[in-house]
Write a protein that binds this ligand. Structure first.
Ligand SMILES: C[S@@+](CC[C@H](N)C(=O)[O-])C[C@H]1O[C@@H](n2cnc3c(N)ncnc32)[C@H](O)[C@@H]1O
Length: 240
């Protein structure tokens, strides 16, 4: 399936790539990978994305007294730190598929936080029992996965948690997308964060693609989509 969905235009179908970001690679680009993660954490703090994403997540468990939250693809852990800061009794499982990130998270403040547990978990095959969490959240990571694996996240996230929240980059209409890529491309060879940003943009899924991925995972999964041209794309998924 094209990243723009089955109904994507010809131009939209050209605006995609299978090229990997530094974040996805383990072939000696560790320093660049870390630079991208640091930049994501920095922008998350400066533009208050950690706060905004935590507010969206906590709103979904507002009725649960001591919510059990699973963060998948936590990377630098900024969102988990914010969740623990903003909710006095939430218990947060902070996870990532990448061993180096998990080791860094364990060695930091999340590794000793009394309400946090750090684990190595793959969002496409989560090592946890059904219904272990009230909420699973996967932020700015979904586009890293090709369609078959991305669909597995819908199946697994809604299996282990009552609600799955995916927050990811929006996929603009193709002409605007082209314009956005043109402004970013000149800096991509020099700045790892922009390099990964260009690839992320090309790999972002459209609302139509997200609906198809959820349906493919399980026809009982119901999704609510909130999207904007520049705002992150929000997907809330539950089993009906
Ligand atoms: C761009 S970073 C996002 C980090 C952080 N969530 C944020 O909002 O800035 C993507 C993260 O997803 C992780 N990731 C990629 N594939 C994954 C998978 N199958 N399961 C869990 N995490 C995965 C990567 O290791 C990386 O830490």
């Amino acid at each position: 399936m094209p990243r723009g969905g089955y109904d994507a235009s010809c131009l939209d179908r050209l605006l995609q790539t299978e090229r990997l970001e530094y974040i996805d690679r383990d072939d000696g680009v560790g320093a660049r990978r870390q630079q991208v993660l640091d930049a994501l954490d920095w922008t998350g703090r400066i533009f208050r994305n950690h706060e905004k994403f935590a507010a969206i997540a906590l709103d979904l468990v507002a009725d649960v007294p001591d919510p059990r939250i699973l963060e998948l693809g936590a990377g630098h852990g900024g969102l988990s730190r914010q969740l623990l800061h903003d909710h006095p009794s939430a218990r947060v499982t902070v996870s990532d598929v990448d061993r180096v990130s998990v080791d860094a998270l364990s060695a930091g403040e999340l590794g000793i936080h009394p309400r946090a547990q750090v684990r190595e978990l793959d969002a496409t095959a989560i090592d946890a029992a059904d219904g272990s969490f009230d909420l699973a959240v996967f932020a700015l990571s979904f586009h890293h996965l090709p369609p078959t694996q991305a669909s597995r996240v819908f199946a697994e996230g809604t299996r282990v948690a009552d609600t799955l929240l995916i927050i990811d980059l929006p996929r603009p209409p193709a002409p605007l997308h082209l314009l956005r890529l043109a402004t970013m491309l000149p800096a991509a060879p020099f700045i790892p964060f922009i390099h990964d940003g260009v690839i992320s943009s090309l790999r972002s899924y459209s609302p139509s693609a997200l609906r198809s991925l959820a349906l493919h995972a399980d026809r009982n999964i119901e999704i609510e989509l909130r999207s904007g041209l520049t705002l992150p794309q929000i997907v809330i998924a539950r089993r009906g």
